[in-house]
Write a protein that binds this ligand. Structure first.
Ligand code: ADP
Ligand code: ZN
Ligand code: ZN
Length: 823
């Protein structure tokens, strides 16, 4: 038997390996195999097994060393999905399959073996094949209780160690523990206790025990109630007041038995909300009723829910999830970045308790690994998380929800395949046969286009819950002279007055400034030089806490210079305000106010975001200052004022999505205000008061924004009218980067009947981490190339020819299908 194996590398094809006889039952489709690859040992995915190679092999076929997994990581449907993911985004199948890995269990992961020495010794005696791998392993383990897999492999020289260990584990000779890199991901254990004597015996003993130590009786009776097979000791100590020493004493007498076993880790959610009894409004019910039939009959269909901020979309998801569970199916709910929206987690946990798993990158490794196993075992029916939750091994999916579907965090922009979780979720639903619900107050232009053209079904929630009204939005032109909008630092007089008023009333205030740090430029007034990073062509950002200049692209830091590096002048000034500066000025203007800042600098500390949000909800915090994080999903009834310090922080981008982003960000942040009976108000400070997007934001007119934007996209040849692909080359030598990409461009020109390619240019940020970046944009029109396959085929062919010339061996071109931005 042979297996075709693909590796998580850019190379597209698979490789043939022979399955040795002892691995015949184990080496099956969907598992990872450990194989020799050149001089290295790699793990790859078995995507096919067959009796004999189709054609005589060119190379000697090597044997599989070992099988890593106990169960397959994907089935036929899952495989089709990963195939699509690789093909659609011009990545390799192996790179796509990498997403199927249980978190932290690559070959690099450390495995520890805990041996039952006596069992091993006994089995060793019974072993007949005295030189087999089983024998060698048992021999070592009968004298060593714990050993790392690596060490055991070295000591015994056994190649198929994983599969042998699994067999030994099955008969109770040992336990294998997966660590990501110890001690990061380790299975956790705790002490448990159970009654070791029959109830009658206990009852006979009780009077005696009660006489000497009455405290133990409560404990023993609790054990005797028999509600659980075993009881966690910590909880028993807490609830019955018994001490560990007393339990140990009872153990010594044989009354109870204490064991140590594996426990499952659960994410602690610092942020919690009280449960509310909610009865859906008629509008909400209509939405649920429109979707439910597709859930029940398992029909693929995409729904776009356009509901204004505070219209109760989250409640609709929860109701649908409940109904889906009732129909015996599971639910996947994706959110842009779940750590930014502790509220969603809190509400789902309230509704589904133990049935929900939360997956995202800030969940600790061990918790994620346990959650993965739990989902695969079918113990979890609701999975929520950021885009990677899409790859959770959830079975029997009845509904996929994409909350805030417009959010750009859904795009994977760093690793190949550079997928968009919304597009990928739709494909997954198509394969699984279930509906998808996309929800947003500001739908992406693409999704609305699909709804308008009838591909998706459009549902709406045009009003806020409980007749709350949308906030009034005022634009303040801060380019005007002093007399009209007297400024103090970053703040116009009107915004200062409003803040003072809300502080007096103890109402909540949110201030948005979409840049972190203190100042974004250190500017020399004498020679106009801006301090730049030495590795990147970007200006360094000044951070207050450590008084350093910091590069946001490569992490380079340096102390703040006193004099200009170029001309020696002392006249250096800070330009471009970030969140720290906003916080700083507010503290000077309102010394009594409690101000908290949330941006990715504060997000790194575990639990900090949740405690800030709790404080803000309770009224202990008066003002929340932050980047776009504060615009996402927060629902606090006491917020009545939102201030946008500078609308320009998103308008400046020379990108085709700049208008869309700005409309979304400002509408979303405005939507944080006035979510209850007290009307909210929004102040937007800007240098471009006549900007068309700002007018649409003020009017709350999504339709006007959309109509305008869709017309301009057509005129300029951008999605949804075209399919785009951005090609990028990075190289330490600028010439090489440019020449390499130019060569590829010439190949692409051969396809100009269907693909329009722009000549290579230096990227807007020309250098990052000492590598020069060159880019070119390719596009095909939807009317000639409906699914974009023409574009993909042209790129594949050109890239193959480009590779074949062999001239630019050290150049790798990275492709990004439908990039979120083209800068
Ligand atoms: P959205 O996600 O559309 O911004 P939410 O789902 O956060 O809106 O709802 C806004 C607020 O209204 C929340 O506090 C939610 O608990 C509440 N809410 C939602 N639906 C109802 C309802 N039918 N009755 C009462 N309150 C509701
Ligand atoms: Zn200077
Ligand atoms: Zn840098």
């Amino acid at each position: 038997m042979y297996a075709e194996i693909v590796f998580p590398i850019p190379h597209k094809g698979g490789f043939t390996y022979e399955i040795p006889r002892h691995l015949l039952g184990e080496a099956v489709f969907g598992k990872r195999a450990i194989v020799p690859f050149g001089k290295r040992t790699l793990s790859g995915y078995i995507v096919r097994t067959f009796d004999s190679p189709d054609s005589p092999p060119e190379f000697t076929i090597k044997q599989i060393h070992d099988i890593l997994d106990e169960f397959p990581l994907f089935d036929e449907d899952g495989f089709r999905f990963y195939q699509w993911l690789g093909d659609f985004y011009l990545g390799s199948l192996g790179e796509a399959l990498r997403h199927a890995d249980p978190y932290g269990t690559g070959v690099e992961s450390v495995k520890t073996i805990i041996a039952e020495k006596s069992v091993c010794a006994q089995m060793l005696e019974e072993e007949t094949r005295k030189s087999g791998s089983r024998f060698k392993i048992l021999e070592y383990l009968s004298t060593h209780a714990t050993v790392s897999l690596k060490h055991l492999q070295k000591k015994t020289g056994v190649k198929n160690i994983n599969s042998t260990l699994r067999k030994l584990e099955a008969v109770g000779a040992l336990t294998v523990i997966s660590d990501m890199s110890s001690p990061k991901v380790r299975e956790k254990t705790a002490l448990f206790v159970r009654l070791a004597i029959p109830l009658e015996t206990l009852y006979e003993m009780l009077p005696e025990i009660e006489k000497r130590s009455p405290g133990r009786v409560r404990f023993l009776l609790a054990l005797a109630s028999g509600k659980q097979p075993v009881y966690p000791i910590q909880a028993m100590i807490r609830t019955t007041g018994i001490s560990l020493a007393a339990i140990r004493a009872l153990e010594a007498k044989g009354v109870v038995e204490v064991t140590r076993s594996r426990i499952e880790r659960k994410t602690t959610h610092f942020y919690t909300e009280d449960e509310k009894e909610i009865i859906l409004s008629d509008k909400q019910k209509e939405v649920v009723d429109a979707i439910l039939p597709s859930v029940e009959s398992g029909i693929f269909k995409v729904f776009l829910l356009h509901g204004v901020t505070g219209s109760g979309k989250t409640q609709v998801y929860i109701e649908l999830a409940e109904q889906t569970l009732a129909a015996g199916k599971s639910v996947l709910i994706l959110v842009p970045e779940i750590s930014l929206t502790p509220q969603m987690t809190a509400r789902l946990t309230n509704a589904f308790q133990d049935q929900v798993a939360v997956l995202h990158s800030r969940v600790a490794g061990g918790e994620r690994l346990d959650a993965w196993h739990n989902i695969a075992a079918g113990n979890i029916q609701v999975v929520t998380g950021a885009r990677s939750a899409l790859f959770a091994p959830l079975q029997n999916i009845g509904l996929i929800v994409i909350d805030e579907e417009h959010d750009s965090s859904y795009k994977q922009s760093e690793l190949s395949p550079r997928y968009h979780a919304r597009e990928a979720a739709i494909m997954k639903a198509k394969i699984e046969g279930c509906p998808v619900l996309l929800g947003s107050a500001t739908p992406s232009v693409e999704s609305m286009f699909n709804a308008v053209s009838g591909k998706y079904e459009l549902l709406t929630l045009p009003e806020r819950i409980d007749n709350a009204t949308l906030p009034d939005i005022t634009i303040v032109d801060v380019s005007k002279g002093e007399n009209e909008v007297k400024q103090e630092g970053l703040f116009s007089k009107i915004l200062i007055d409003k803040i003072r008023d809300r502080l007096k009333k103890k109402e909540g205030i949110i201030l948005l400034q979409n840049r972190r740090g203190f100042s974004t430029q250190l500017f020399c007034q004498s020679c106009s030089t801006v301090e730049q990073c030495t590795n990147c062509t970007v200006s360094l950002v000044y951070h207050l806490n450590d008084t350093l200049l910091r590069c946001h692209y490569c992490g380079y830091t340096k102390p703040v210079p006193r004099i200009c590096n170029t001309c020696g002048s002392k006249h250096l000034i800070h330009l471009g305000a970030g969140t720290q500066k906003v916080e700083d000025e507010i503290e000077i203007l309102f010394p009594g106010a409690v101000v908290k800042r949330i941006d990715s600098d504060t997000m790194d500390k575990k639990g900090l975001l949740s405690s800030i949000l709790l404080g803000f909800r309770n009224g202990d915090v008066d003002i929340l200052v932050g980047t776009q994080i504060v615009a996402k999903g927060l629902d606090f009834a006491r917020v009545t004022l939102v201030g946008v310090v500078s609308a320009e922080t998103s308008l400046w981008l020379p990108d085709y999505r700049a208008n869309e982003r700005t409309f979304q960000l400002l509408t979303q942040v405005a939507g944080r205000a006035g979510r209850s009976s007290i009307k909210g108000e929004v102040i937007i400070q800007t240098l471009n008061p006549d900007h068309i997007v700002l007018r649409d934001v003020v009017a709350g007119d999504y339709q006007a924004f959309y109509n305008n934007e869709i017309e301009s996209r057509e005129g300029r040849g951008y999605p949804p009218y075209t399919h785009l692909c951005l090609a990028e080359v990075k190289h330490e030598h600028e010439e090489k980067a440019r020449e390499g990409l130019t060569e590829f461009y010439l190949e692409m020109l051969k396809h100009k009947s269907i693909v329009y390619s722009t000549p290579p240019t230096a990227a807007v940020i020309r250098k990052i981490k000492n590598e020069y970046r060159y880019q070119m944009l390719m596009r095909s029109w939807r009317k000639n190339d409906p699914a974009g396959n023409g574009l993909r085929k042209a790129i594949e062919e050109s890239y193959t020819r480009f590779r074949e010339t062999g001239k630019h061996k050290d150049i790798r071109i990275v492709f990004d299908i439908n990039p979120q931005s083209v800068v």
